[in-house]
Design a protein around this ligand. Sequence first.
Ligand code: ATP
Length: 200
Amino acid sequence: SKFVVGLTGGIGSGKTTVANLFAELGIDLVDADVVSREVVAKGTEGLAAIVEHFGSSALLENGELNRAILRDKIFNTPSERKWLNGLLHPLIRAEMLTQLQNATSAYAILVVPLLFENGLDSLVNCTLVVDISPELQIKRTTERDAVDAQQVKNIIASQASRDEKLSKADDVIDNQGDISALRDKVAALHNKYIKLAAQT
Ligand code: ATP
């Protein structure tokens, strides 16, 4: 089966930027955020199960999932949240595995913001953590998104700590430098993963 690298890191650390650099080298990516939307797209068994459970108020006029309503329905109701997670997590996991096995590159990358938090590191051969300081996470995220520093701090606090991620990482990519330094680090890791994949 395919050699899979799990790519993670905190908010604003540079996961997407790093993933795109691997993609430029020809590596196939599977993105957990994309997959989590695909499993509830129009016409899926996932969406049908949600409508059966919550009713058609969970749908928009155009037949797509009404995310705002769904968020409301699970927000203060742990049993409903649990039901939804019980539905979605296996669907997401299965779809990620399908897409990874369909990858044609020498190895594949699974991009997951909450790789360790959600136990998805069990699906990968090795983990790569993109690391920057909390100060830089706040700077880059507030420059990118319409959010303030406190909102970013709250999200950082809700994620696994920097130390926890670093201690679980097989490889760490320091993204505190410029993009050209990052590109060199990605190229070096790419060579390492090509060799590892060939041995596995
Ligand atoms: P999130 O989890 O919040 O979606 P992410 O980990 O995918 O974030 P990116 O979107 O890749 O992070 O990067 C965050 C921001 O920082 C982006 O605006 C990106 O362009 C910028 N950025 C990433 N790496 C660097 C770098 N080395 N130098 C300067 N800016 C960078």
